[in-house]
Design a binder for this molecule. Structure first.
Ligand code: 5GP
Length: 189
């Protein structure tokens, strides 16, 4: 488990079901606030078209991912819809030490692990206006197989029950409104 560094950098974390629009929200936030440092995760998932190594994710095979886990190189990790995802530890700790606001965009199990190692981190849950709207968005993305879609929807039902664990909840109906709420919660005025 990581020691919580005694630096001024603050750790923010965003969780929410697949398809809720976390990625779009985070991209919009970073455009307006380039001082925020976004953690790039490692994953065993195959790249989707347009995804770039080292920018979208660090794409690893399972053996390399497992090696990172056993070396203690990940701050947290979890399995999601048949693939592994994890947050590289060293860059997060370095950015916090440097006093920069750090943002993680990860799923529920990872959020729970981070809550234990960084209890003063601020955790925000993003939820859709309705489950039907979430399904429409996941299907509309057109990037996942039917099997992957079903797994993501099943997982979404579980994740949606966890919103009360979080410091704040944002309903992502309208991107502009959700972005404003996120900025307020992060003290970005
Ligand atoms: P996707 O395959 O759609 O890019 O991501 C699937 C899920 O994995 C999303 O809910 C995303 O937030 C989550 N995720 C991405 N990176 C990490 C990570 O480093 N750790 C954990 N626990 N979840 C992650």
């Amino acid at each position: 488990m990581a020691e919580e560094p005694s630096s001024s950098g603050r750790l923010f974390l965003i969780t929410g079901p697949s398809g809720v629009g976390k990625g779009t929200l985070v991209t919009a936030l970073l455009e307006r606030h380039p001082e925020i440092w976004l953690s790039i995760s490692a994953t065993t998932r195959s790249p989707r078209s347009g995804e770039v190594e080292g920018t979208s994710y660090f794409f690893l095979n399972r053996a390399d991912f497992d090696a990172k886990v056993s070396q203690g190189g990940l701050l947290e990790w979890a399995e999601f819809a048949g693939n592994c995802y994890g947050t590289p530890r060293e860059p997060v700790e370095a950015q916090l030490q440097a006093g920069r606001p750090v943002l993680l965009e990860i799923e529920l199990e990872g959020a729970r692990q981070v809550r234990r190692s960084f209890p003063s981190g601020f955790q925000i849950f993003i939820k859709p206006p309705s489950f039907e709207e979430l399904e429409r968005r996941i299907r509309g993305r057109g990037t996942d197989s039917e099997e992957a879609i079903v797994r993501r929807l099943e997982r979404a039902r579980v994740e949606l029950q966890a919103e009360s664990e979080f410091d704040a909840v944002i309903v992502n109906g309208d991107l502009t409104v959700a972005l404003q709420q996120l900025e307020q919660l992060m003290g970005l005025g």
